[in-house]
Design a binder for this molecule. Sequence first.
Ligand code: DQA
Length: 148
Amino acid sequence: MGARNRIEVMHGVNLDQLGRRDPSVYGGLTFDQLEQRIAAFARELGLITRFFQTNSETEFVEHLHRLDGLADAIVVNPGAWTHYAWSIRDALEIAALPTVEVHLSDVQRREAWRRVSVVSDLCLATVSGRGPDGYRDALTQLKEELDR
Ligand code: DQA
């Protein structure tokens, strides 16, 4: 088998609006800047990234369905879908790839409804409240998993 190093970085609803969202919660980067930062982290680790963002739950689910054979692992920040979107949980289970869940903000220290994640038990790990550096943590964990 060839190197397993293809990481699908998937962002859900409203994350395209970074830069307009409260910087004291989500930091000051625009979404494009965040993706560039993640791509740079990945390059340092020898990982290949592909990026996907949508505000449509249907498109998000269908993208997960299409990953078979195209990605070795997933970094996912589903945004608010994290807290209630069972369709995304089911699609992630079908994708059956090593996944790390990331949140820019510290979801455990915000409103009670954000403390629930319908995807976390499918994930190798959840990284929350570390801002953009959380994506480096996620990529590092996935690299260790793929190299195993
Ligand atoms: C988020 C946290 C979610 O609660 C929120 O709905 C988001 C972003 C984060 O990255 O901190 O849209 O996933």
